[in-house]
Write a protein that binds this ligand. Structure first.
Ligand code: SAH
Ligand code: MG
Length: 971
């Protein structure tokens, strides 16, 4: 069975926003659904009818309505996704029809339904629409509007004799989204070739004669007649101050041999900033400056005005000016600027300047912001998966893309799926496609249990279940069920929809979303490795992909990443820096290994609270560059609080190695070799500085222990929970019990697992306080029992109620279990339960398990680096925490013995002690201690204490009978 196959994920909304800005209007409405029973007949817990949402997305050209979704934001995304699909269909259709678009309206109606929009009839034909648009841009009305384009017009009017509003034609395509979209309709190639938009605009001008004209010999446009003076006066176009403004920008030479240089643009409100850029590019005036169309918001932290500027070559200008310029025949002379093109995803020729200057929607003033070398390198590293992760954590020098995905709760920074989608967008690839497949439990059991990832995830799943109080849907709307597990396949496509990467991990996950995250991480990890070694020969490339369960369409893949290849060459040959930098350029690992390891200097007293594998730590740190000789130190990165999970490589290994030797409250400082120079330059803004090493200062602030189940899972094989079940099964077999009650059954892990064993049981009952856990248990048991017709179980009941109160229906069972429950109550309640269980409920056998506090020292100090220390030396009883935040107490063996022995004696039971996890003969005993109480003699009815007014306080939550399947309960 396939679930959610081909689910395109991640934010279509972001793309819509990029294309339409605030012209995209989302309206979400709530749709009430009738209550459903969630596929579990007989479940007596009122299941709230889910609130569903539908979103209507209104775009300038059309409106779409999403399907019903569980969450508002999903509805919005779904609408956005729908809109994107519409746009694609439209584009494709329009492209095929070229300019004869008479059918468009009919077609649009056909696919969008009868959706009357108040559209301008001229928009039927993009050619006409383009002309109308350009004309509009030169109207008096437009001049006074807030628009990136009107800023250019006002700037023109401020110049001496500039009453005609002379502006470069390239500005129109670059600054007016509507023009740019129309150009795209006319020729989709405009998307990647900015000069094509320019040619479309130039060709449109003759059709505007009388109103708008080109300026002779220039790629500029102006009005035929001057703007009326009243308009000029009323559009607050006054002479502003002539103060010069210095804006930092970056020069990106076309030749890969030349390095990126910082440049300063001296702009002032009296001049025209594009003239300043023209001068830096070595051309006479702004009309020869071409602008990359994209704003580069998606790249690093670039502001929306960051663009790449380059000069039109002499021959290009000639061709654009000639009347019969045929778009297809352009010969763009000049060297492709690989670096600039790589950034903006368009073809950029010759030397280029990257700057963040321009008019915006927000103000009539010219916006400007420095683009430093640092920002350039930040954009560069954000294009590799690990760089993107580092930026999302604002920790360029501290974070690494983790090697394993454990839980959402433990993951810090952008999630793998998100990073992968960003990566695809930044490299102009189509959105990746995630297909999840559910695997029946039986099949998944056959997989080697020793697979590390599988184990981690199972543990992670349990942890999540636990902390959510066994909630049914961990807030994600994903199907959770112990009956099935998930496997996810990821496909990455080129812009032209060719398959380039297909990743089919073997690992299975209990949660669909974990499977997706993990598969995404696998793709990212491989891509990361690829980026570290771009020169890899094909054979090695395929081989490395294989190791990540990836199959590559290498031809397509290499085509898509051709620009990265040329950037790689820059790194190899173009480096000005020290030998040190060069020697590092192919090796992105900047950890000290082997003999290089420096001993960290750890200060402060040992508090005994140490990180172990799986724990979440919080550190504060600072990193400084130390110049050669140690004379000067420059702080380049520091954070007061930085959280990460230990054991999956989230931070550079040196840092992880150091913190695992520390205890909370201690600080350490140590030195580290330099990371690759992009990372250094992304953190520090001075490439000229010759540096020799990094100095780290780290303080360990907090350690959050991994949750109980996760530790149990990580340290015991089979997991402790399973061992507890097996223990119970032994006793069932020994006593040939036919009835069982599980006190504090939670989400039914024991009852569920029991059904996997052939036993004598005929009736199973569970009781718990948590409705959430019980509904989960009900669903699991329902599925399992309905599937097994041959099982011996004749009836199953789940009660909601406290096990510390009497209820006659819990009395007289052959066997009672109470696993890992008492520590969740206050101590006196636990004692009360003991008394009630043995005096009233009186099962023939009662098995009670609870954590052995003395064992915590092992669980909590299980990290390899701290294992050799002798636990006895550290007075563990004072330093260890409970295994779970919900535990009210955890007893030592002595405390447990005392409780159980007294209890047994009072109620004519015998008691034996045992346990699971570890060994009873070796200190500090079992991990989970177990008491098995056995009824010594059957009491006469008269001897049984009577329960006055015995009320049935428990509520039947769910009931199942074999002959009369799924009878809804009546209570
Ligand atoms: N026995 C299960 C669950 C252990 S978690 C297992 O081994 O997986 C502890 C459970 O005890 C929780 O589900 C909690 O709701 C339940 N619990 C705590 N106090 C209770 C009480 N007074 N009556 C019934 N259940 C209780
Ligand atoms: Mg517990």
């Amino acid at each position: 069975m396939e679930i959610g196959v081909k689910k395109t994920v991640f934010t279509p909304k972001a793309i819509i926003h990029q294309k339409f800005g605030n012209k995209a209007c989302y309206k979400v409405e709530e749709v009430k659904e009738e209550s459903a029973q969630n596929g579990c007949p007989g479940l007596a817990i009122p299941q709230k009818g889910p609130s569903l949402f539908r979103c209507r997305l209104e775009l300038p050209e059309f409106t779409v309505v999403s399907d019903k979704c569980k969450k508002k934001k999903d509805a919005e995304q779904s609408a956005a996704d729908l809109a994107l699909k519409m746009i694609l269909i439209l584009f494709d259709y329009v492209r095929r029809l070229s300019c004869s678009l008479d059918n468009t309206v009919a077609y649009r109606e056909a696919i969008l339904g009868n959706n009357p929009t108040d559209e301008n009839p001229s928009e039927k034909d993009p050619c006409d629409a383009l002309i109308a648009r350009i004309k509009y841009l030169f109207t008096d009305e437009f001049l006074s509007s807030f628009h990136p384009m009107s800023g250019h017009l006002r700037a023109a009017l401020q110049r001496k004799g500039g009453l005609y509003g002379l502006i470069p034609a390239s500005v129109i395509a670059a600054c007016d989204a509507k023009t740019s979209n129309l150009c795209k309709l006319l020729n989709p190639e405009v998307e990647s070739k900015p000069f094509l938009a320019l040619s479309l605009i130039m060709r449109a001008i003759p059709r505007l004669s009388g109103f708008v004209v080109t300026s002779k010999g220039q790629l500029s446009i102006q009005k035929q007649n001057p703007y009326p003076t009243e308009i000029i006066e009323s559009s607050d176009i006054q002479q502003c101050s002539t103060d010069s403004i210095l804006v930092k920008a970056i020069q990106i030479p076309a030749s890969l041999e030349e390095t990126i240089q910082p440049v300063t643009l001296d702009i002032s409100s009296s001049g025209y900033y594009l003239d300043v850029i023209a001068q830096k590019l070595g051309v006479t005036d702004a009309s020869k400056v071409l602008l990359s169309r994209y704003d580069m918001r998606t790249i690093g932290k670039a502001s929306s005005e960051t663009r790449v500027y380059f000069a039109a070559s002499e021959s290009l200008v000639m061709e654009l000016l000639s009347d019969h310029a045929n778009v297809k025949d352009f010969h763009v002379k000049g060297l492709l600027n690989a670096r600039a093109s790589y950034f903006c995803g368009q073809e950029i020729y010759g030397d280029a300047i990257m700057a963040s200057v321009g008019y915006t929607w927000r103000s009539k003033e010219l916006f400007h912001e420095d683009v430093s070398l640092q920002s350039y390198y930040r954009m560069l590293i954000s294009k590799i998966p690990s760089g993107n992760y580092k930026l999302s954590r604002e920790a360029i020098l501290a974070a690494e893309l983790p090697s394993v995905f454990t839980t959402k709760a433990n993951w810090r920074g952008s999630f793998p799926r998100e990073i992968l989608c960003t990566f695809c967008r930044q490299h102009q690839l189509s959105e990746p496609i995630f297909s999840t497949r559910s695997i029946p439990l039986k099949a998944s059991c056959k997989l080697p249990r020793s697979q590390k990832k599988l184990k981690v995830t199972e543990a992670a799943e349990l942890a999540t279940e636990y902390t959510n109080g066994g909630s049914l849907n961990a807030g994600d709307g994903e199907s959770v069920g112990l009956e099935s597990s998930f496997r996810c396949e990821v496909k990455v496509f080129s812009k032209g929809q060719d398959l380039i990467i297909e990743c089919s991990p073997k690992e299975i996950y209990k949660k669909q979303s974990d499977a997706i995250q993990s598969a995404s991480l696998q793709v990212l990890t491989w891509l990361n490795a690829y980026f570290k070694d771009l020169g890899m020969p094909l054979e090695k490339l395929n081989c490395s992909a294989d190791a990540f369960d990836i199959s590559l369409t290498s031809e397509n893949f290499l085509k898509e990443f051709a620009l990265c290849q040329s950037l790689h060459k820059v790194k190899q040959c173009g480096d000005q820096g020290s030998k040190l930098l060069e020697s590092k350029s192919t090796n992105m690992e900047y950890t000290l290994s082997g003999q290089d390891v420096c001993l960290p200097n750890i200060e402060g007293s040992f508090s005994g609270v140490c990180p172990s594998s799986g724990s979440l730590l919080c550190i504060s740190y600072s990193v400084s560059l130390v110049t050669e000789g140690g004379h000067t130190k420059e702080l380049i990165e520091s954070k007061d609080e930085f959280e990460f999970e230990i054991g999956n490589g989230t931070v550079v290994t040196t840092l992880e190695g150091v913190v695992t030797q520390m205890s909370v409250g201690q600080c350490a400082h140590f030195n580290m070799n330099l990371p690759p120079h992009e990372f250094i330059l992304a953190a520090v803004d001075d490439p000229a500085r010759i540096v020799s090493f990094l100095e780290y200062h780290v303080t360990l602030l907090r350690v959050t222990e991994p949750s109980e189940e996760r530790m149990e899972q990580a340290l015991f094989s089979p997991p402790l929970s399973k061992q507890r079940v097996e223990y119970a099964v032994q006793h069932i077999k020994k006593s040939s019990a036919t009835t069982l009650v599980d006190f504090g059954c939670g989400s039914g892990s024991l009852l569920d697992s029991l059904l996997d064993y052939p036993t004598s049981l005929e009736k199973i009952v569970g009781a718990d306080l948590s409705q959430k856990s019980l509904s989960r248990a009900a669903k699991i048991l329902h599925t399992k029992l309905s599937a097994k017709s041959d099982a011996g179980i004749k009836s199953a009941i789940l009660y909601h109620g406290s096990i510390t109160e009497f209820d006659p229906r819990l009395c007289g069972f052959d066997i009672g279990t109470c696993l890992e429950v008492i520590e969740h109550m206050e101590e006196e309640q636990a004692c009360l339960f003991g008394d009630i269980a043995l005096s009233y409920f009186r099962p023939k056998v009662l098995i009670v398990s609870t954590p052995n506090y003395e064992y915590n020292v092992i669980l909590q100090r299980s990290s390899p680096t701290t294992q050799e220390e002798d636990p006895d030396e550290k007075s563990p009883l004072q330093s260890c925490k409970f295994r779970n935040h919900d535990h009210k107490f955890e007893w030592t063996r002595e405390q447990f013995n005392h409780w159980a022995s007294n209890l047994a004696e009072r109620h004519h039971y015998s008691v034996e002690f045992s346990g699971v996890g570890g060994s009873g003969d070796v200190e500090p005993g079992f991990a989970s201690q177990i008491a098995v109480f056995k009824q010594e003699s059957q009491l006469d009815d008269d001897d049984l204490p009577t329960q006055e007014n015995s009320s049935q306080h428990c509520k039947v939550i769910w009931e199942w009978n074999c002959d009369d399947r799924s009878v809804p309960s009546s209570n």
